[in-house]
Ligand binder design. Structure first.
Ligand SMILES: *Cc1c(COP(=O)(O)O)cnc(C)c1O
Length: 379
């Protein structure tokens, strides 16, 4: 505007800006789509002079500024953060073209020192070329297992010291950590405590490490944490569950590398992508998850991990979805995952290698940024 000597936001100005803007929508959850009343908008825009204030109303619908629609209207490229999320976003914003670029996580940051040492020995230049993590299939089983054991011992010692729990390094360890908010259903594992205890006794001992904070204004997220603490108390003496307070990136790095299984239980279709399972995969930690977000793309049953349910829930299927998903979770643990971990270790390590080779090589920021460059920034 300055260059052209304009002091008003004209239609032409908006049209000129659009080719320079890319919008990534991040979640179907309403709290992720900010809305502000026109009166607040006017107050804020006062500092920027009349140019915007005069036309503020044009960016509003019914005197409300919806940030998502503002971005949709003024961007030449819009994407969701996984294939499924692209689909859901197209349903939500029918009149806009929405592509998808699946999220990724930074390999150099998230692969633990223990696993990194093994990968360094067997795969050249994987940091500069994450796709070469595909060669993880050639890492000798015993080397990967030893590195995983070391990461696990590190986690167990750290959690025990921090929480006073008494986790063992030999027991099958499940990790669950992410923001505590209802759609992530952190308490699904505790849906039926008797069922959980029965499989713990019959199929092989399990222990669980939890982590996650609620947004300060998410009351139901905080309730969820209270719920989990109540369940932990009920299980005391029978099944060890540790809750790591103050979940942050440092805690996440230990957890995603040190557990034997990463668990995710979102309510479909609300998990736009999910990323912690990608962090685990890079460390050779397979995931057990509801088929939602990135896991629809990443799950090859018995090869990279396991699915909870059949991918058909989340559409109001008329069944008790929670009970259905919980039963599927228990069943998968009892009949597939625990028997493999305790009695067919080579096969379990094969799944670990495939998690790195198939998912670590793809669900990383290198591939993701490359797709943004080709599909969004320079197309
Ligand atoms: C990765 C990460 C998250 C996000 O986890 P999701 O699985 O995407 O929900 C949240 N908090 C921390 C500290 C993380 O490292």
């Amino acid at each position: 505007m300055k260059r052209r000597g304009l002091d008003e936001v004209t239609r032409e100005v908006a049209v000129a800006v659009k080719p320079m803007c890319v919008f990534t929508t991040h979640t179907p959850v309403p709290a992720g789509h900010d809305q502000f009343p026109l009166s607040m908008l006017r107050r804020v825009l006062t500092d920027y002079g009349d140019a915007y204030n005069q036309r503020a109303v044009e960016f509003c619908l019914d005197n409300v500024l919806n940030m998502t629609y503002l971005a949709l209207d003024n961007s030449h490229y819009v994407n969701g953060v996984a294939k499924k999320h692209g689909e859901i976003s197209r349903q939500m914003f029918g009149q806009y073209k929405v592509d998808s670029i699946t999220n990724g996580v930074h390999a150099g940051t998230w692969i633990s020192p223990q696993i990194r040492a093994v990968i360094d020995r067997h795969i050249a230049a994987w940091r500069e070329d994450n796709a070469s993590l595909r060669y993880a299939l050639g890492i000798p089983r015993h080397e990967l297992w030893a590195a995983h054991r070391a990461a696990k011992q590190d986690l167990v010692a750290w959690v025990n010291q921090r929480t006073g729990a008494s986790l063992f390094s030999n027991a099958f360890t499940i990790g669950f950590a992410r923001r505590a908010t209802p759609y992530k259903r952190a308490d699904l594992l505790f849906h039926d405590l008797q069922r959980l205890l029965a499989l713990h006794r019959s199929a092989g001992p399990i222990q669980v490490v939890y982590g996650g904070k609620a947004h300060p204004r998410d009351g139901s997220g905080k309730d969820l944490i209270r719920q989990i603490f109540a369940q932990i108390a009920k299980l005391k003496g029978q099944l060890t569950v540790a809750y790591v307070e103050d979940y942050d990136i440092a805690a996440a790095r230990r957890m995603v590398a040190g557990v034997d299984l990463w668990l995710n239980t979102p309510q479909p279709p609300l998990e736009a992508s999910g990323t912690s399972g990608m962090k685990a995969a890079m460390n050779g930690v397979p995931q057990l998850s509801v088929l939602d977000g990135w896991w629809i793309e990443g799950c090859i049953e018995n090869v990279t991990g396991w699915a909870i349910g059949d991918g058909n829930t989340g559409n109001g299927g008329g069944i008790d979805e929670r009970a259905f998903d919980a039963e599927s979770l228990y069943n998968k643990l009892e009949t597939v995952i625990l028997p493999m971990f305790y009695r067919d270790q080579d096969r379990y390590i094969d799944v670990m290698r495939h998690a790195i080779a198939l998912n670590g090589s793809f669900f990383n920021t290198e591939r993701m940024v490359d797709q943004y460059v080709r599909k969004a920034y320079f197309r």
